[in-house]
Design a protein around this ligand. Sequence first.
Ligand SMILES: [Ca+2]
Ligand SMILES: [Ca+2]
Length: 232
Amino acid sequence: MSSRLLGVRHYFRLIVFILAVIVPATTWGQRNRMVKPRMSDTERLHVYADNWFALYINGELVAVDSIKFTPHNVVSVDVLPEYPMTIAVLVKDNADAKTGLEYGTNIGDGGFILKLGETVVSNASWRARSFFHGPIAGNRNQPKVRYTPLPDNWSSVGFDDSAWDTASVFTDREVGPKDVFNPADFSGAKFIWTKDLALDNTVILRARIEKPGWGKRWKTTPDIDISNAPHS
Ligand SMILES: [Ca+2]
Ligand SMILES: [Ca+2]
């Protein structure tokens, strides 16, 4: 066999080797760059609010109570979490806009509790502020109310809530959740509100949750634009 033929065979083997090693590696590399989230990456969110809520995670609307008044209900949705996570919730007790009363002359109370996955829970570390208070001094005969406009960007990650009070914690007995509330779904979570469960009727609750060491398993980023969803 001529040395020229041996040389051709050598180059042929080299090309086959290159194709065998580099092509699969490249394909693997492409696949690796396209790691998508799976349902196993999601966490279950449970929320019970007396009476209504709209909840934002990292500035995006994630869940709205589907029943604004009664019956009292639990909202459970799947969340694809990213940490650190900012949760911001607008919560409303059932109260007449002009009097703060319900059913004519009654003073109703609020309450909010949340659990996400195994570790994220509502508790006294959250921030809370009222934006609709009444009837002032609990006066049911001459009811007056006090409003504060919601601040711009209250649902955003960068909103500064450091001057707000921390949330007050209430017992199950004080809030009196209805039959649909399953304590097992909320283990470790606390009912929270501002200091005044009865007279603060519209409140915003916020929390920032750190998970040191947490990293995204998936590597894709969404192309979808939902910026025209409500952001109030
Ligand atoms: Ca009330
Ligand atoms: Ca209520």
